[in-house]
Design a protein around this ligand. Structure first.
Ligand code: NAG
Ligand code: NAG
Ligand code: NAG
Ligand code: NAG
Ligand code: NAG
Ligand code: NAG
Ligand code: CA
Ligand code: CA
Length: 576
């Protein structure tokens, strides 16, 4: 009891006991254990491991620099110092006599996040002299230590790739510009920063001092989609000053990084031809108008737009600044039907600003395009012909023709077909391109006509059948040809006209020609081969028109005067 000292031992000193010698001995032992933990002598440090983390990437070696928190106590639990009270870790080299000998020895082997109770005898602490006012001579010291950070001046950036994408073509090189997401933590796991909380990637040049040295090194050789953990010592990070309130002085940093985007400002577009059609009569040039489908994504595969989802092609002139510069370039030299992948760096796309919600600033864009068709506003109808053996009596304006056709778009999409189609050439009954394509054909001839939209259905197309600005392909076969009349005539005489025309027509001799007399007479002439009506039109209507024309005063009869008057006028069309 007395060994303990009365002030230390209120319980025993105040207990009224009646004891014999044995009880004193017992009390003595009990008191000893109860009041003052480890007694002298303590030969060496004693370590009690209060917490050991599951993971231990590295243990403190002599020569390492460490950051840790501690509470310094005397064996009775009385605190004499604490780093927590100063709100800053204790930062020091281990094994270089910057610490008391016992600490230099004890810290070796500790892991980050490990917590030890270290008990140090005076001869390995402040010995007989003690230390200042706080530590009396011959004090055993207890330190409750929590290790937070370990590094060494020999350390280099450590890179641990934990995910590598299947294809890893290009990798980050010095002076590349990259976009990435990261989580930054201290070595003990404390998150100090994350691009995710800002909801935007970190965008920067690499290897040219825009970043802390460790990141400038640690991001090199990464490929898009790769995930790596970059660990760097403070001298490659924020060093002795730390950064702001979140990165303490002398802190090792751990960055969990996923690379999303990569380009170099010197980059041009890259084009990868994925498939070419067998037949490619011409390749696109500046000024062509193109219809294409595309899927657009970012370099990490994030989809941002597709023409397929809209069910319609993207239609534009190329090489003229109607689309982003990279696309203007990437669409040159393509064949109709070609598939190609075009990778466009941001300076040839939407630049540092990006656009909309889906294309971030400085994003590299990947377009997989399928060229449906293109044409030039100066294009004419392209005709490929297969002629029969005796090919004469070729079609010309005014001829009445019959033909078969099958129509498709350039990509083979079926548009329509007919068994026979009848038209008078030059009468505006079919699109201009078709009129042109049917000229000069003989019966039995087959042609493939490629008709640009300005000679077909134009920018509007035909609702539900022909898309706007579509190039059309017609396979035609001429099956019949009836020669037309000279331009502008609906009826011609094959032989000389009788001088008694009026009286021949006036069958009932009442000195006027009525509509029936007129049409009977014309039909008769046609039947006898003396005259010809323009083929391809309704004869009844032609004759009615002729009659109306001749009946100048519109009283429903033609008099001899009206007849003569009209007949004298040369070169008028629907007339006798
Ligand atoms: C960072 O943290 C976020 C949120 O916890 C997580 O989704 C992400 O995968 C982490 N890693 C990287 C590299 O961003
Ligand atoms: C375009 O993207 C869609 C949806 O991701 C996909 O189904 C389709 O195959 C893609 N088409 C091309 C030509 O890449
Ligand atoms: C596109 O066309 C397909 C088939 O014709 C149809 O099922 C789909 O709903 C259309 N989508 C849009 C966005 O019009
Ligand atoms: C082509 O014309 C020649 C001479 O007019 C004739 O002998 C031949 O039979 C004709 N061939 C056909 C396929 O009509
Ligand atoms: C060409 O036309 C003339 C007169 O119409 C006709 O006699 C001849 O048979 C035609 N020839 C062919 C090959 O159709
Ligand atoms: C149109 O297609 C049908 C069916 O494939 C074919 O029999 C016909 O010869 C084609 N017509 C033309 C004018 O090419
Ligand atoms: Ca009459
Ligand atoms: Ca009249």
């Amino acid at each position: 009891i007395f060994l303990c000292g009365t002030d230390n031992n209120p319980h025993y000193s105040s207990s009224p006991h009646h004891w014999d010698q044995r009880m004193i001995l017992l009390a003595f032992l009990v008191t000893f254990v109860a009041c003052n933990p480890p007694p002298l002598p303590l030969d060496d440090i004693v370590i009690e491991k209060t917490f050991t983390p599951d993971r231990c990437d590295r243990m403190v070696k002599s020569g390492d620099f460490v950051r840790y928190h501690y509470i310094g106590m005397f064996p009775d639990g009385k605190k004499f110092d604490s780093s927590y009270d100063r709100s800053t870790t204790y930062n020091v080299f281990v094994g270089q006599k910057q610490l008391i000998a016992g600490m230099d020895k004890a810290l070796v082997g500790m892991c980050v996040n490990e917590r030890w109770m270290i008990k140090i005898p005076p001869q390995l602490a402040y010995g007989k002299d003690g230390h200042g006012d706080n530590i009396p001579a011959d004090s055993i010291l207890h330190f409750d230590v929590l290790m937070l950070d370990i590094w060494n001046t020999e350390d280099k950036v450590q890179i641990k790739t934990y995910h590598k994408p299947e294809s890893c073509g290009r990798t980050v090189q010095v002076s590349d510009y990259i976009r990435y997401h990261y989580n930054g933590t201290l070595l003990d796991g404390t998150l100090f920063d994350s691009s995710h909380t800002r909801m935007r990637t970190y965008d920067t040049y690499v290897g040219i001092g825009w970043l802390i040295a460790g990141m400038d090194q640690g991001l090199l050789e990464m490929c898009v989609g790769e995930k790596r953990i970059i660990t760097l010592p403070p001298f490659l990070g924020y060093g002795e000053n730390g950064d702001g309130s979140d990165i303490p002085a002398q802190a090792s940093l751990v960055f969990d990084v996923v690379l999303l985007d990569l380009h170099n400002p010197k980059d041009e577009i890259t084009v990868e031809v994925q498939s070419l059609p067998d037949h490619c009569p011409r390749k696109s040039v500046v000024g062509d108008f193109m219809r294409y489908h595309y899927n657009g994504s970012l370099l990490d595969g994030t989809f941002f737009d597709s023409s397929y989802s809209r069910n319609r092609t993207y239609d534009t002139y190329i090489g003229k600044g109607y689309v982003i510069a990279g696309m203007d370039q990437g669409l040159l030299g393509v064949c109709i039907g070609e598939h190609r992948r075009i990778v466009i760096p941001p300076h040839l796309a939407y630049g540092e600003e990006g656009t909309g919600t889906k294309i971030p600033g400085s994003a590299v864009l990947v377009f997989v395009v399928h060229i449906i068709d293109f044409h030039n506003p100066s294009d004419t109808v392209e005709i490929t012909s297969v002629k029969p053996e005796n090919c004469s009596n070729n079609t010309k304006r005014g001829d009445f023709v019959k033909y078969h056709y099958n129509a498709t778009l350039m990509d083979g999409t079926y548009i329509g077909s007919t068994c026979t189609y009848d038209v008078v050439l030059g009468a505006g009954q079919v699109v201009i391109g078709m009129e042109q394509g049917l000229i000069g054909m003989c019966v039995g001839e087959k042609r493939k006509l490629v008709i640009p939209p300005h000679l077909a259905y134009g920018e509007r197309g035909v609702d539900g059948e022909v898309p706007g600005s579509a190039v059309l392909v017609f396979d035609v076969e001429l099956v019949d040809l009836e020669e037309g009349l000279p331009e502008g005539y609906m009826f011609v005489w094959n032989s000389d006209v009788t001088p008694n025309l009026f009286s021949e027509m006036d069958k009932n001799k009442d000195a006027q020609v009525d509509a029936t007399e007129f049409s009977d007479y014309i039909f008769q002439q046609v039947k006898e081969g003396k005259g010809r009506l323009a083929p391809g039109f309704d004869p009844q209507r032609i004759i009615e028109n002729m009659y109306d024309n001749q009946d100048r005063n519109k009283d429903g009869r033609i008099t001899e005067d009206e007849f003569k008057l009209k007949a004298d006028e040369a070169a008028a069309h629907d007339e006798l």
